[in-house]
Write a protein that binds this ligand. Sequence first.
Ligand SMILES: [Mn+2]
Length: 492
Amino acid sequence: MPSLSAVTGWSMAGIAAIGAAVAGDLPSQLPNAGTPAPQMPAEDDMGRPKPLELPKDVEAKLAGIDKAKVDFLKSGVTGRYVEKDALFARIRTGKPEEISAYIDAMQALHAQVEFKAGRDVAAIPLDTRSPWFNAWKARRPNSMDPKRDVGPIELTRYVGGWGGGFATFAGAPVAMTPEDLKAGKVDVAIVGAPLDMGSGWRNAIDGPRAMRMTGGAGGNDMYSMINPNAALKIVDYGDIAIDQNSTERSVDHVRAMVAEIARTGAIPIVIGGDHSLEYPNVAAAADVHGKGNVGVIHFDSHYDIGRGRVHLLDHGQPVYRVINEGHVRASDYIQVGLRARGPDLETFGWMRNKGMRYHTMVEVEKWGWDKVMARALKEARGSTKKLWISFDVDVLDPAFMPGTGTPVPGGLTMREAQPIMRNLCAENDIAGIDIVEVAPYLDTSYKTALNSNFLLNACLAGIAMRKKGLKPGYLNPVSVDHGLDSYYGKKN
Ligand SMILES: [Mn+2]
């Protein structure tokens, strides 16, 4: 009898993980058991061409054609340029000289497409003579500024009323240095990262600006009746410097800055910026808390495990890069809200073989949001590790988030997104959060920034609930039941 792994295509490690999960009575830990994964090799060669088997009659038609050309067809790389059935039809109906010319054309195309040393530029050159080479990220020494006491700086001018002074995230005081965070015993440092090269329709550069200018992030959360601004020490940590001509140059600095915040004990909340940021953010959390000690819950309509692209990072590839560099185990990744054109079956197979947990909108369609949310929350809770929440606002329906680079219909509502964010933050030891892909100028109504701020408020309320020792799912009796035990006819 063939082994189970031979039958299903699952790796032995995957099978062992299932066994452990069953023994531990934690079905949500299963790497998507039930049906076998799509055919996937054990190793990580997703996207590599597979040899093409030629039907007998096609092989016969190629009898007079040069062997090197036939071998080229059999290598399978032609699959990038023409569907195999269309290729076979062309061979079946063509004259030998036509077939030969057709293969020549494909070989010529192939030679242009792949990298060729000596012909192609392998790295993007920079002008190292520039006097400003590192100036964009060089920090101004504190001693160049007038002397001041360290700690958060309040920028509101007035004692009461609405606003006044300067716009900050959640109306919080500002902090400039790690010493400010430490001196202020800051719980949460909200920081902008206006990275904008990796997105679709761009404008994520204005995400932080728009969220500072728009209300909703600060103030009382009616569900818990907690005002996070009072319950937590929150600061606006300014924006992280970005080289707007290079994602790669930018993300190293983002990683250093996010780690700097986390090392003080404050929770970093990064306001993007495009979703390339998930890579430096999560890597920074792993730098501070240890590789493999951080799990990630990724809200997105997209899977973001793109790979094999020319640039090693854009907003569709951060998850792959995080996993590939070993900052987080694939099995510690939970994805919620997927519904875009990808992944294809091969990539779903890769995700399953790696033990990733994913919750598509197809799953929501079948089981309903409540069940899927409960499962995702249980999976997040099942880990003893710290949790990073990476929230791409395009997980919401474009009705709520029209201002985002790659909107996809059929997404979450705000009433679905707010409780899961509040509960995740109330239940878990949060390593950090990012809210990304807010592109406010694509939305003349400004509701994208407003809704993003209300999600940020739900996170802050959840963090405050945890600090106060309130149970996840807690709803204040006054706002839920008039403060009466029997308001709806039964004791709560
Ligand atoms: Mn994304």
